[in-house]
Structure formats: structure tokens, C-alpha cells
Ligand binder design. Structure first.
Ligand code: FAD
Length: 308
């Protein structure tokens, strides 16, 4: 119940207006968001690398309805890629992009704008010898995102896809995406979705996750197992072993600020562990989804608001 309310609030402009002026440095925001600036993001990559961790950086800015802002979001990614190049971090960090931040949410021409903008980011990443992964947003965007992915992969075959185990369609999407060279991040899914398209019970989502992991691990692509769920991590690692995959042939992923000790422990065991690092001032929607997953943090968040 609380989870659904928080997910509904993640789309509320009114509440966003009330809380989104909090600086990233305050309380709970700092726990999940690496900072506001490019420098904060690059510094975080260095700190993670000291612990043997890789990174995927997300410049926050989803649900953008303004063309100028969408273009500014692209510029922020290009600036980030330049800064990673200068710091020699492109071997350890890639970028994650939400298409709604770079044009997909603009209406009639949105898809075309998003493709052109995503192409600019992919070109910059390719020149810097790193990669881009396209985050997956709510189910109304899934077809459009996979269409854009297919188009980008003709020129930039290493562009990563994300699939969400809570969607009924995802096992089939995994079959379609499990081909040579295809990088696929498997997550549970973070949005409020109706029963017509998504499993509603945790157990059904977990079962779907295992079926999808089976398809990806048995396929020819590169699976990226994105979850903090210890059971699903164990099962995925067992499936990797059963399919004869070495630790170079799949990776584990977690979010910045979540289970940091476990991130380092898995890296020390020799696994490729990539941390998803959001940064920037547009943290509201991202943080609300994290609170929906860990309602115990809501009191902590409310306290940060009162002391702001
Ligand atoms: P949950 O169901 O949240 O947790 C399962 C179990 O894991 C818990 O019961 C607990 O035992 C353990 N656990 C979880 N969190 C903690 C914690 N902080 N401390 C201790 N134990 C914990 N979603 C999208 O919709 N689109 C995306 O593009 C996307 N990209 C992602 C990228 C990455 C790298 C990751 C890790 C997640 C991404 N997500 C994305 C979010 C994802 O869909 C889930 O919403 C989120 O990961 C929470 O689900 P979970 O698999 O971690 O399991």
C-alpha cells in the first residue's frame, strides 16, 4: 500500500515542488545520490574503483518535457564522458541514460528527438571507448525504447538494454535479446504498473526474474544481473556456472548506497560488480522509487524534510 502511494507520489509535480529544493547533500538524498556535479560523479567513480567496483553513471533528469532541457541533459552526458576521459576512468565507468530525459517524453516528435540525442551520447561514449545502457522506464515506453535500442545497435552494437522481470512480456524480450554481443541488464522493475501488464505479487516477480536469468545465462549475450536480492544473486551465479560462464562473461549490478559492504564482498570474490551511480539536482523521482522499495527509510526522509 505504502509502496504504491510512494510510486504515485514519484509522479506528483506538487510534492516534487515542495521537497525538490533540498540540496543533494542533505540526509537521505546523499545516501542514494552521489552529488550534483560532474566532478562529484567522477570522484565517486574513483572511490568505487578503490574498492574494486565498476560504475554506470546516470545524469538525473527523467520525464523532461522541454526541448531545451532535453538538449542540456545530452550536453551534461557529453561533459561527463569528457571528464571521465580526462581522468582515465572510461575503462571503469559507462553511462546509463533514461530516454525520457533526452526527448522521448516530448510528444509527437519525441521518439525521433530521443534517437538523435541518444546517438550523440553513443558517439561520444564510443569515441571514449566506453558504453551506454538505456534504462527502462514505465511500460508505456517499453516498445519505443526497444525500437530505439535496435536502431542504435546498428551503429553502436555495445549499447545495453534493460528488461524488467515484473512485466509479463519480459521472458520473451529476453529470448529476443539473448544474442551474441547483446548486453542486457535484468532488474525487477521500479514503476507502478497495472495487473494487465505486470506481475503484482513479489513471489511472481521473483519467479519471472529466475526464468529471465535462465534465458539470458543460456543465451549468447552478456547478462547484467541488477538486484540486491541475495537469493536471486545466488541463483544467477549458479546459473552462470551451470552454463559454463566465467566471471568475465556476466556481471552483477547494484545501486549506489545500497548494500555497499556486499558490493565490495562480491567484488573481492572476483565478480565484476558495477554500481549504478545517479547524480544531479533532479533527484526527486529516483529517490521516491528507492523509498518505495525500502519504506523503513520514509521516517528518515520525513526527518530530513523537517530539518531542511
Ligand atoms: P527488492 O525486492 O527491493 O529486495 C529484495 C531483497 O533484497 C530484500 O528483501 C532484502 O533481502 C534485500 N535488499 C534489498 N535492498 C537492500 C538493502 N538496501 N539492504 C539490505 N538488503 C537489501 N528499474 C527499472 O525499472 N529500470 C531500470 O532501468 C533500472 N535500472 C537498475 C539498475 C541497477 C544497477 C539496479 C540494481 C536496479 C535498477 N532498477 C531499475 C531498479 C530495480 O528494478 C528494482 O526496483 C530495485 O533494484 C529493487 O529491487 P531488488 O531486485 O533489489 O529487490
Amino acid at each position: 500500500m505504502l509502496r504504491r502511494s510512494l510510486l504515485a507520489l514519484s509522479r506528483s509535480d506538487r510534492v516534487k515542488g515542495l521537497v525538490a529544493t533540498m540540496p543533494v547533500s542533505s540526509g537521505i538524498v546523499a545516501r542514494y545520490v552521489a552529488g550534483e556535479s560532474t566532478e562529484d560523479a567522477v570522484r565517486t567513480v574513483g572511490t568505487l574503483a578503490d574498492g574494486g567496483l565498476l560504475a554506470s553513471l546516470d545524469h538525473l533528469g527523467e520525464d523532461c518535457h522541454d526541448r531545451t532541457q532535453a538538449d542540456a541533459n545530452v550536453d551534461a552526458y557529453l561533459k561527463l564522458i569528457d571528464a571521465l576521459t580526462v581522468s582515465r576512468e572510461t575503462g571503469r565507468a559507462e553511462v546509463s541514460v533514461k530516454l525520457s530525459a533526452i526527448g522521448q517524453a516530448l510528444g509527437r516528435d519525441g521518439e525521433r528527438v530521443a534517437i538523435d540525442n541518444a546517438r550523440r551520447i553513443c558517439r561520444g561514449a564510443d569515441d571514449a571507448r566506453t558504453t551506454v545502457t538505456l534504462d527502462m522506464e514505465d511500460h508505456t515506453t517499453t516498445d519505443s525504447t526497444l525500437t530505439i535500442l535496435r536502431e542504435l545497435r546498428t551503429d553502436f552494437p555495445a549499447t545495453g538494454a534493460v528488461v524488467q522481470a515484473y512485466l509479463h512480456r519480459t521472458e520473451q524480450d529476453c529470448r529476443d535479446l539473448a544474442y551474441e554481443g547483446s548486453r542486457v541488464r535484468l532488474c525487477k522493475g521500479a514503476y507502478k504498473e497495472p495487473a494487465s501488464v505486470a506481475f503484482q505479487r513479489r513471489m511472481d516477480v521473483d519467479r519471472s526474474y529466475v526464468r529471465c536469468a535462465m534465458v539470458l545465462m543460456a543465451g549468447a549475450g552478456y547478462p547484467m544481473i541488477a538486484t540486491h536480492d541475495p537469493r536471486l544473486i545466488d541463483i544467477s551465479m549458479m546459473l552462470a556456472k551451470r552454463n559454463g560462464r566465467s566471471t568475465e562473461e556476466f556481471e552483477l549490478q547494484m545501486l549506489y548506497g545500497m548494500r555497499p559492504d556486499e558490493q565490495r564482498r562480491l567484488a573481492e570474490l572476483g565478480h565484476r560488480m558495477r554500481v549504478y551511480v545517479p547524480y544531479g539536482s533532479q533527484w526527486y523521482g529516483y529517490l521516491m522509487r528507492r523509498l518505495a522499495e525500502r519504506p523503513s527509510n520514509v521516517t528518515f526522509f520525513a526527518r530530513s524534510l523537517l530539518t531542511k
